[in-house]
Design a protein around this ligand. Structure first.
Ligand SMILES: [Zn+2]
Length: 104
């Protein structure tokens, strides 16, 4: 089956977008690089008893370059998601896809 390694997900504009999974080796690298701590609040994932979530710094889920990736805890991820929702609400109603692309 073509494309089976991709999981479909809704992006912040509600359109279906292909999201590339982050390689396990990249996750391991980030975990070591960040010394097992959340990039945002600097708390240890082990201490909090949570699974690290891969966060895309530029909010583009297709951009899996290691420089764009950080590991954050679910608490911080929640905050990011809320910030994104606020951002979407601020956008004008009549905005076609071409305009959305040019915003990046
Ligand atoms: Zn955190």
């Amino acid at each position: 089956m073509a494309g089976s390694i991709f999981s479909s997900t809704l992006d912040l504009f509600g359109k279906t977008q292909k999201r590339k999974p982050v390689r396990i080796s990249d996750r391991k690298f980030l975990l070591e690089h960040q010394k097992g701590k959340c990039w945002k609040c600097k708390k240890s994932f082990k201490r909090m008893g949570v699974r690290p979530i891969v966060h895309h710094k530029n909010l583009n889920p297709k951009d899996n370059r290691i420089s764009n990736l950080v590991l954050i805890c679910p608490n911080c991820h929640d905050k990011y998601t809320k910030e994104r929702r606020r951002f979407v609400k601020k956008l004008p109603d009549r905005l076609d896809f071409q305009n959305i692309v040019s915003l990046k």
